[in-house]
Design a protein around this ligand. Sequence first.
Ligand SMILES: [Zn+2]
Length: 276
Amino acid sequence: MPRLGGAGGGDGGIDTAGHGGEDAEGAGGLRGVSHNPSRVRGRGNQDPRVSVDDHMGQRKAPKDGDRKVGRRALLIGGTAAAVGTAVLARDELARLWWRVPGVEKPRKEGEVDFAGARWVAASDANWRRADRPDDYGIDMVIIHVTQGSFASAVKVFQDPEHGAAAHYIVRKDGHITQMIRELDVAYHAGNRDYNERSIGIEHEGFVDRPQDLTDEMYEASARLTARICARYDIPVDREHIIGHVEVPGTDHTDPGEHWDWDRYMKLVREASTAKA
Ligand SMILES: [Zn+2]
């Protein structure tokens, strides 16, 4: 994205800043509005089953509503089975429960989705808890450039006021930090639909500084993208691996003209083949 403060200082300058991440409509108006459903509930006069989507007046509310009903029904069924029936039935339920859409998978603190990535948690104001790929299918990887240093990107993604964050940040030396689980919806694309269906990867650097885009960064990122594509059966092509600039409605320009797509896609294909 074009706007930019210096590293460290102007937090608002970081790539995903100021766009309220989640909303296509944009932007600034949503800053400071919590995207966290639990906070919405905490306001007291809300029906606890009204999701943040309803609250925000966005689409998707009916879907979320249905899903919640489904989850509740399943929980009731599960309790009945555990109380009323044999241990066998409960074990069976435990073994199969994760196949049921809308049921949250177990999570462990600090767990990452990509071997070798280091976990640093983003503020939970910058993403929405989900159960992908069961509730939302994942069919896209979105490439970003941070418009700032790695350290400043980590910092703003931990900041609840930022309103945006990506799943991963790739540093110039190829180090990868994961800040949001792939299960969850990160606010990185500035478009709700694209957020729900994608994994966001940030790359340390500035769009107008080609020297920032290092060999190590391309290679590490390509391995990460190849792994994501394999995991969710995403075709390795430019329809499914796109730049932030290609997201409908965005005013961001990243990853910028210096991002070498031919080179990157070749590396992703090579990494995919190597794993196959
Ligand atoms: Zn971006």
